[in-house]
Design a protein around this ligand. Structure first.
Ligand code: NAD
Ligand code: UD1
Length: 314
């Protein structure tokens, strides 16, 4: 493996991005991050690493994207407006970030002769799947502008492959958890909210009876999937998940091992909530030659310890 692979990571200062950047730097890559720091932060990145360069800029600006793409061999596009709720409230804003931004990246990849584009899609493209586990063969029926935007991105990528032979792979991440996911944002995932509340000794809220389930994947496994996708050859779309689901009650049980007792407050189910989500990961195993390896006990322990360390830091 040459030590000169260069990778542009858009959204690299965010949750999934920063874990992937760390992994790419450890591999010996030269990494350029393009991020507008709207939800990401410099503090997420090893700023003094010689292999890392941060460009503060927006993917909705074609000139900025073009400058960022110069001299890059690979691109991982993660920058996005990630709030499903905001996409419902402000669909035009969300479309600009998630579709126009994507097209700028795609076009710059083509014009600069970048070898390969890996981009973040989402399980949200499936909407409320008719059967589980859901495979990539299932028809996407998104139920939010966010899900539709990710589906449109996939269609653009497929078109650019047909038109220009552009090699790309869209990764449909399921529910990702781990350190650096901001629990205070209104679109925070349930695990980061629960850990943050439990560490402050606060009650946690369960919407519904807690029997709903999700395919939660640890962010370290997602970073590994991103790396394998970048330096592999598969094109199209691929689920990134564990292939196992956990109910909220099981999650609370696992977390109570760290927190001691935990006070739970049951409320009515959230509007639009799907009850269960579970991925078919056969394609991931075949195309990326990997499975998510971090069991929930270990992933939750890593998250719990990282949050504890962050709380005791001055
Ligand atoms: P995040 O908010 O932590 O990361 C997004 C990053 O993109 C941030 O650093 C933000 O500052 C940056 N950004 C946002 N808009 C930008 C713009 N216009 N120009 C440049 N930078 C911009 O979120 P994340 O969870 O790390 O998500 C990364 C990607 O994965 C997103 O595309 C998201 O839709 C997708 N995804 C995430 C999950 C999950 O569970 N976290 C699930 C499915 C898909
Ligand atoms: C994700 C999105 C959500 C979107 C949905 C459908 C995130 C963080 N959430 O939700 O915005 O509408 O996909 O595309 O990206 N829960 C609690 N207590 C809490 C928080 C959550 O009980 O304090 C429950 C939820 O009601 C849900 C489950 O936990 O049943 C998981 O919630 P969440 O982490 O938001 O993920 P999704 O439901 O998959």
């Amino acid at each position: 493996m040459p030590d000169t692979e260069s990778v542009l990571v858009t959204g690299g200062a965010g949750f999934i991005g920063s874990h992937t950047v760390e992994r790419l730097l450890a591999r010996g890559c030269r990494v350029r991050v393009l991020d507008n720091l709207s939800s990401g932060t410099r503090a997420n990145l090893p700023m003094d690493h010689a292999g890392l360069e941060l460009l503060e800029g927006d993917v909705t600006d074609a000139d900025v994207v073009s400058v960022a793409m110069q001299g890059m061999e690979y691109c991982l596009h993660l920058a996005a407006q990630v709030s499903v709720d905001r996409s419902v409230r402000e669909p035009a804003f969300s479309c600009r970030q998630n579709v126009l931004g994507f097209v700028h990246v795609l076009d710059a990849v083509r014009r600069h002769g970048v070898r390969r584009l890996i981009y973040a899609s989402s399980a949200a493209v499936y909407g409320n799947p008719v059967s589980l586990p859901v495979s990539e063969e299932a028809e996407p029926v998104p139920i939010s502008p966010y899900g539709l935007e990710k589906q449109i991105d996939e269609q653009y990528a497929a078109l650019f492959e047909r038109l220009h032979g552009l090699s790309s792979l869209g990764l449909r991440y399921f529910n990702v958890y781990g350190p650096r996911q901001d629990p205070s944002s209104h679109y925070a995932g349930v695990i980061s909210i629960f850990v943050s509340r439990l560490q402050r000794g606060e009650a946690i809220t369960i919407y519904g009876d807690g029997s709903q389930s999700r395919d939660f994947i640890y962010v370290g496994d997602v970073a590994r999937a991103n790396e394998r996708a970048l330096f592999g050859h598969a094109t199209g779309v691929c689920n990134v998940a564990t292939g196992r689901s956990l109910t909220l009650l099981e999650l609370v049980h696992l977390l109570s091992k760290f927190s001691g007792c935990c006070e739970t407050d049951f409320r009515p189910p959230r509007d639009g909530d799907i009850h269960d989500s579970l991925a078919d990961v056969n394609r991931m195993a075949a195309w990326l030659a990997m499975r998510a390896e971090t069991p929930p006990e270990e992933g939750l322990r890593l998250l719990w310890d990282a949050c504890t360390a962050a709380r005791v830091m001055p």
